[in-house]
Design a protein around this ligand. Structure first.
Ligand code: PEP
Ligand code: MN
Length: 339
């Protein structure tokens, strides 16, 4: 449930409410809004007596949170969460664009691509150093060497780095390099990983599982939030359906659905959701028109030679066109793509 404090409640009154929440063995989660402080009191599902808090000094109201995901819900936090990434206030009317190759393959490939996507208007750089591949015989990523290359690309371009972490054990290493920790679709329900990323306090990009419902995605986000990390970006990256003409099916519905259920920003990945470079721009435009807060797009200087996901990667020139088109769509729906 949530305890809504009066507009003039003092810090001391808030502290006393938190103390009582913890006394009853519940978790206390603070959300300081512009006007009021709301405190989430979250237990293990057993009913909590509202009267315990209702008459405390500074408390205005006590309301239940009807959704199973508490901290992620708009009930708990009606205003959008804003997550700053390289000056872009993600979750506001500013659209975030993340771009780069699927995998870090070499120093020259990464640095060249970093400069090209920056020039075209990207705000952050993607690139996987640890790759979750369907086949154990496929390229698995460069590991720490790849992270070193990403750090060099950040140094040269000033762009923050978005890169995947696949296991809880890898978190301390990847945290040392990344600005945003990507949790891949295959790991959306890797609970020890969600826990570790929650404790890391680094912004997280949580990708929707191939077979996951919107509610399951939000429950996965709840794991990260409940371990103290409020900076979660959700990513719709396509789901598996009976359709085989594309690699996945972009669940474009999920964009407005998520925006109504949660305050967290929603990023669309048109590269994995289509699997073909020639559909990427159309779906990127659709995502922004539908209300996504950002895009993550795969770009490769020579897609035919890419070690992973070449077929869905854009050449830098095509990515530059995509950014122009997305900017026009963003402006048409009252958003902006800053450069
Ligand atoms: C990726 O971003 O390259 C990736 C592996 O994505 P997903 O986890 O969505 O398949
Ligand atoms: Mn990929």
């Amino acid at each position: 449930m949530m305890i809504i404090m009066m507009a003039d409640a003092t810090k001391e009154q808030v502290a006393i409410v938190i103390e009582r929440i913890e006394f009853f063995g519940l978790g206390a989660h603070l959300s300081e809004g512009e006007e009021r402080t709301v405190i989430g009191a979250i237990g293990d599902g057993r009913p909590i007596q509202q009267d315990l808090f209702l008459h405390m000094p500074g408390v205005d109201r006590v309301l239940p949170i009807s959704r199973p995901y508490k901290l992620a819900s708009r009930e708990f936090k009606p205003a959008n969460s804003i997550i700053p990434v390289n000056g872009v206030k993600t979750g506001s009317n500013q659209v975030l664009i993340i771009a780069g190759p699927c995998s870090v393959e070499s120093r020259s490939q990464m640095l060249e691509t970093a400069h090209a996507v920056k020039e075209a208007g990207a705000h952050a750089l993607r690139g996987g150093a640890f790759k979750p591949r369907t086949s154990p015989y496929s390229f698995q990523g460069m590991g720490e060497e790849g992270l070193e290359i990403l750090a060099e690309a950040r140094e040269e371009t000033g762009m923050p780095i978005v890169t995947e972490v696949m296991s809880p054990k890898q978190v301390p290493l990847v945290v040392g390099y990344a600005d945003v920790l990507q949790i891949g679709a295959r790991n959306m329900q890797n609970y020890p990983l969600l826990h570790a990323v929650g404790e890391s306090q680094k912004p997280a990009l949580l990708k929707r599982g191939l077979m996951a419902t919107v509610d399951e995605l939000l429950m996965a986000a709840e794991y990260i939030l409940s371990h103290g990390n409020r900076q979660v970006l959700l990513c719709e990256r396509g789901i598996r359906t009976y359709e085989t003409s594309t690699r996945n099916t972009t669940d474009i519905n999920a964009v407005p659905v998520l925006k109504s259920l949660t305050h967290l920003p929603v990023i669309l990945d048109p590269s994995h959701s289509t699997g073909h470079w020639n559909y990427v721009a159309a779906i990127a435009r659709a995502g922004i028109a539908a209300g996504a807060d950002g895009l993550i797009v795969e770009v490769h200087r020579e897609p035919a030679e890419a070690l992973s996901d070449g077929g869905q990667s854009l050449k830098p020139e095509r990515f530059a066109e995509l950014v122009c088109q997305v900017r026009a769509v963003a402006e048409a729906v009252g958003r902006s793509v800053e450069h």
